[in-house]
Design a protein around this ligand. Structure first.
Ligand SMILES: [Zn+2]
Ligand SMILES: [Zn+2]
Length: 335
């Protein structure tokens, strides 16, 4: 039995506040991790606000970009030592028996256990538990604070680019924020020609520093017209897309638009897509293999998030900063 000291959201839309949870005996395959760092993702706000329906259970403990050290190990679990540094992302368990688990796509497991959904205690806590097979060793070259955002934002964007982009491909990243600034770095290091796209021209200098080859101000119709027919793959990380036709206009024939931002329900012009046989797809966190590959890729190629760190007890302030768009790329809470 353990006690978890958490920062929990008591009801939809409320600020997180301290709350203790008594945890039962450790499951055979679980490990218990002492949290040192946890990143704050837009999905956490959606869970805190109850936007994902049954996924939230109040009091809701968010946090799924977790880094910490192993504190206890279940009776069946092998491969970890107490004191070892580990990371945990969006998913913390799976059945390991279903069709998708058996082909290495545990992210599609029908019984997937998500890190801070359905009453699971997430990373805004002093301890957290996960199936030890869903914990990841963090390469030495990556600091714990920088590792945290890689575990969701990095995992998602890397997986999308590995699936849809090739070296030399013309890749666009729409939205240069928590996900987008990592996507630009990944695409650049994968050998793609990268266009950073944002409605904020002030982001241009930073986008170039992250490795973009060009910058497109999405609010500028002339710049958009000049960029028509220019992209093979576009990763949409922005939470809001006002004009899907303008998005499709950027694409080359057979282009793929992958949406990672949790945009509002949208109506799209299918005929406009047909003219260029475009594909519209969605992007989510990848598999365990994608996670391990992504961490190794970051260690080797110098891909790192830009972060601001706050002490864990300032989580309400971090929520506020994320809601008002003030966070510079990614907030990481430290214990
Ligand atoms: Zn996330
Ligand atoms: Zn499964």
């Amino acid at each position: 039995m353990s006690i978890a000291n958490t920062l929990s959201v008591p009801r939809p839309g409320a600020d997180p506040e301290p709350r203790e949870f008594t945890l039962p005996d450790l499951n055979a395959w679980d490990i218990e991790v002492e949290v040192t760092h946890c990143g704050l993702c837009a999905s956490d706000l959606h869970l805190a606000d109850g936007d994902f329906g049954d996924a939230s259970v109040f009091p809701q403990v968010c946090g799924h970009e977790i880094v910490g050290t192993v504190r206890a190990i279940g009776s069946e679990m092998t491969g970890w030592r107490v004191g070892e540094r580990v990371g945990i992302g969006w998913q913390k368990g799976a059945c390991f028996k279903c069709e998708f688990c058996l082909k290495g796509e545990e992210q599609h497991c029908i019984d997937a256990r998500l890190t801070c959904c359905s009453g699971e205690i997430g990373g805004f806590a002093d301890i957290v538990r996960c199936d030890g097979r869903f914990a990841y060793a963090i390469p030495e070259a990556i600091s714990s604070a920088e590792a945290a955002p890689l575990l969701c934002a990095g995992h998602t964007t890397y997986t999308a680019l590995m699936r849809h982009a090739r070296p030399g491909a013309k890749v666009g990243v729409l939205g240069i924020g928590g996900l987008g600034h990592l996507a630009v770095q990944f695409a650049d290091k994968m050998g793609c020609e990268v266009t950073a796209i944002s409605g904020s021209p002030a982001k241009a200098d930073e986008a170039y520093a992250y490795g973009a080859d060009s910058f497109l101000n999405f609010r500028d119709a002339l710049q958009r017209a000049a960029a028509a027919f220019s992209l093979d793959f576009l990763l949409v990380t922005s939470p809001r897309v006002e004009d899907w036709d303008a998005v499709f206009d950027l694409m080359r024939p057979h282009g793929i638009v992958g949406v990672a931002g949790m945009t509002e329900p949208a109506t799209v012009n299918i005929v406009a897509m047909m003219e260029r046989t475009l594909t519209l797809t969605t992007v989510n966190a990848g598999s365990r293999n994608d996670m391990r590959d992504m961490l190794a890729f970051c260690a080797r190629n110098g891909v790192r998030p830009t972060i601001e760190t706050l002490p864990m007890n300032e989580l309400p302030k971090a929520f506020e900063r994320l809601r008002s768009g003030e966070v510079r790329y990614r907030a990481v809470l430290t214990t």
